[in-house]
Ligand binder design. Sequence first.
Ligand SMILES: [Zn+2]
Length: 372
Amino acid sequence: MKASLKLFRIFGITIGIHYTWIFALIFFSWTLAMVYFPVSYPGWSTAVYWITGIIAALLIFVSVLLHELAHSLVANARGIPVHSITLFLLGGASNMEEEPQKPAAEFAMAIVGPVTSLVLAVIFWGFSRIPADTTTPLAGILSYMAIINMYLGIFNLLPGFPLDGGRVLRSIIWGSTGSLTRATDIAGRVGQIFGWAFIGLGIYLMISVSFISGLWIAFIGWFLNSSADASRKEITLRERLSHVKVRELMRREINTISPETTVDQLVREIFRKQQGRAVPVCKDDKLVGIVTITDIKKTSQDKWMETPVSRIMTTEPLYTVSPEDNLNVALVMIAKNDINQVLINDNDKCGGLLSRADIIRLIQTDRELGLR
Ligand SMILES: [Zn+2]
């Protein structure tokens, strides 16, 4: 998840907030100031309820941040780079560069989050017992933080993927069966069941107790359900694509052009005549760049005749795969870098390209034919 606003850096990790976070802050401040504190601690003034509510709401996010930091630090220690954490509507997300390669690493990374929250709960509970007067705003905040961290720990331990508990479950199944696909499928199904349960509970609460709290819980359930579903589909797809080689799908007859070709020629002879939105640029059968329709649009039309492709092409970074790579390698590269195609480097020779659309077409054809 991309942050809308970067706040600060800690242990080399950039902490940022997504714009949806502000709605969560408003929701929690409002609920705390209008409902929780007035019910639990009668007799304070309205201003005190609001100040206490806002401080407690901000501390919720400090707690979420510490939970995420624990995930990120263990990930970094296990060689999985995490460069940023984003706080958003439903909590926090550590932006991992890649998925863990071993069950033990996934287990350690996942479990440390809820453990951190539960330890924080105990610490806050301990502090909340210190003041002699337990009806002050300070005592109220401390005991609320103990409760919220306990909920954070317990909720995240639910064994449905992609919650931490679901990752723990996945790592255990993965470790014992050796199959990441099977493990993700099972943990994802459990995640979907929890998702439905939360949607049901949310709707019940909306009708009978509090509309807004119920809506919140239903929304969390919907989010859990759809991300579990997406994770299952993605892993099945990756597994499928890992059995197909790039060479089976790449188009041999694809055009390549030389850097001296003019933009005008490129438009007339390639883009207007054939499918595709990108062409590899090759010199002496070596790949030197790629030119796309987007690159062309940056040059004004009356300059097309005199502009050689070499002046507008992208030369780096060039994302390449080998014909012997598996398709999932190409798909991950396309998704991670948000590009539409990868170039094919065939033993240092210019080998055409493979587009996102090619892969999607293959998936659709297989699906239509019911291929296994
Ligand atoms: Zn977590």
